[in-house]
Design a protein around this ligand. Sequence first.
Ligand code: BGC
Length: 376
Amino acid sequence: MRSWRKLVAVATALITLTALGACSSTRDDSGSGSTGSAAPSDTLIGIAMPTRSLERWNNDGAHLQQLLQKEGFKTSLQYADNKVDQQITQIQNMVNEGAKVLVIAAIDGTALGPVLQTAASSGIKVIAYDRLINDTPNVDYYATFDNELVGKLQGQFIETQLGLKDGKKGPFNIELFAGSPDDNNAKFFFKGAFDVLKPYLDSHVLVSPSNKVPASDAQWTQVGIQGWSSQTAQSEMENRLNSFYTGGKKVDVVLSPNDSLALGIAQALSGAGYKAGSDWPILTGQDADVANVKNILAGQQSMTVWKDTRTLGDQVAKMVTQIVKGQKVDVNDTTSYNNGVKNVPSFLLEPQVVTKDQVQSVLVGSGFVKASDVGL
Ligand code: BGC
């Protein structure tokens, strides 16, 4: 009887230990980096995200981690406070811990070559998440939303709202902003929008009092905002308003590539006395962050390009599983994204414009934002 009890106790302890091991989110000592045969529970997946300071990356990380853990994988989810060195150290740790696949949303898309060389030597596969990783052969897949289309949707929104195609009105005062110079996505966003707006700038239907207009989309960093910072965008907009909008001159439209910049720009507009519903300019965005959705409802932002990051997570979780199981990995584009060394096989998802009228039906309806969080 006693030895039977002992046996049960040992078995229970063993089961508990195994279960704890399966749930562990940080360590895997299982050794070699080869993929294709390991059981999910023996497999660590590293997830490197840029920063907790933006709502979207918190959602992205949490969702992907949850999906991968549901598949039975161990995960290590790390945020790097937008610091490149910190992200490199985190990735190196994931390599040391024996990760089989790394999912990386890079802070600086050109800074990861050396650490990914170590990863490749251990047979680790790499998926660039949302942002492409450049100048290295050691990125295996890329999953993102169609970045150029994001910008194009912003440009077309401005074109439609101002009736530019009809050619009857104008000139309109526009201010242009672009994303962080170290983020590979930012140039695609700007190009998508600028290709639509450039003809109107050339014909002076759109004019920019600050004159901050790159000669071509290749010079987009001239209007870039480092680190996608709301504060930097706010002070830049304040400077432009103070210096170039004197004597009653008003800005009619601001191209903002994303929601974090749009927040800062909106602050600057409020500070300068612009009022929603009267002289508030057209202001674009991207991400459908809660604060921006509130601004959209309050008439302080005209649109956001919504990327349902849950579908990106779903796609990436699927790709991770396919890699680990040695299956063919889903891609739908092999030509659009060259990282300076090769065309990276990609999976592109479609972004979608959301305006005030669609907040309830699209964002709340899909469960992306809670009605109560945005005051509906
Ligand atoms: C993402 C955007 C985001 C921006 C700032 C970009 O790489 O694609 O969705 O707004 O980074 O974090």
